[in-house]
Design a protein around this ligand. Structure first.
Ligand code: HEC
Length: 262
């Protein structure tokens, strides 16, 4: 009976310490999620956990030190274990703890200080606009096939359409929806030109830049996620690209942005 009581104060102190930590670290996030009705667990900030544990330790220390009897009862099992006076399991537990706790703390500090490779903090900008240095020379170019007579414009449109079907449709799709037969094989989905968030938000010189330079010309924020968008400057002339762009907007039922207009 007496022995059980001694283990009681030491065991109780350890139990309060461990259960407080378990509650703050593993129970609290789910309780908070339930209460707030959020979609993911809400972990407690690390500093709050640390400070709560410091306060719990101080409280327990004050309790143990509050009278000689409590102090005596707290240390009795430890002393008995060191002197091998108590039950055998006590001295075994003490020895295992004495040998294993320092290396565990050492390893914990080592691994938390180890530099880690982590994915970049910024997500890739799939639709980078004209933020790259390679885009600068293109700013201000205009599509020579706009503003022609209806007949010339139709001729340019059909030329662009034919080139689009040959070169672009395999990825961007015959319906300009980004669902071409080769699209599934790409780790980055070829953009849908019908999507109001793609070419409809760009001025034509930005589109010309994207077609001419392809993925290789993208700024660092847009790499290295393996965009398969080819650079077309070696395979198409500038006029061909402008014709494709003309037909691209026309067939996707969207309008390019125009500088200086709202
Ligand atoms: C091998 C597949 C493939 C082919 C062929 C291809 N593209 Fe792309 N294209 C992509 C992918 C993937 C993206 C999206 C990733 C990115 O932005 O680089 C893209 C993006 C684009 C964009 C950027 C749109 C935006 O809103 O940012 C334009 C413009 C474009 N393509 C035009 C064309 C044109 C014109 C052709 C034909 C001359 C063509 N593409 C051929 C795969 C392809």
């Amino acid at each position: 009976m007496k022995k059980r009581k001694r283990v009681g104060i030491l065991g109780g102190t350890v139990a309060i310490f461990v259960s407080t930590f378990v509650f703050l670290e593993w129970v609290f996030p789910y309780a908070a999620q339930l209460i707030v009705g959020y979609s993911v667990p809400l972990p407690m900030p690390r500093t709050l956990v640390i400070w709560s544990m410091v306060l719990v330790t101080i409280t327990l220390a004050v309790y143990v030190a509050s009278n000689t009897k409590a102090t005596e009862e707290f240390f009795a099992p430890l002393r008995a274990a060191v002197r091998r006076e108590g039950p055998r399991w006590q001295s075994i537990v003490l020895r295992v703890a004495a040998v294993s706790v320092p290396p565990i703390i050492g390893l914990w500090v080592f691994f938390s200080a180890l530099p880690r490779t982590a994915p970049p903090a910024t997500t890739r900008q799939q639709h980078p606009g004209t933020s790259g240095p390679s885009a600068a020379p293109y700013v201000g170019l205009s599509n020579p096939f706009r503003g022609l007579t209806a007949d010339d414009r139709d001729a340019a449109l059909s030329a662009g359409r034919a080139l689009y079907f040959r070169d672009c449709a395999p990825c961007h799709g015959a319906k300009h929806d980004g669902e071409g037969p080769a699209a599934r094989a790409q780790s980055l989905r070829p953009v849908s030109f019908r999507d109001p968030g793609t070419i409809a938000t760009l001025v034509e010189d930005a589109v010309f830049w994207r077609v001419n330079e392809g993925a290789a010309g993208l700024p660092p924020v847009s790499t290295p996620w393996d965009s398969a968008m080819p650079a077309w400057h070696d395979d198409l002339t500038a006029d061909e690209m402008w014709q494709i762009i003309l037909s691209e907007y026309d067939d996707a039922d969207v309008e390019p942005r125009v500088r200086g207009m709202q």
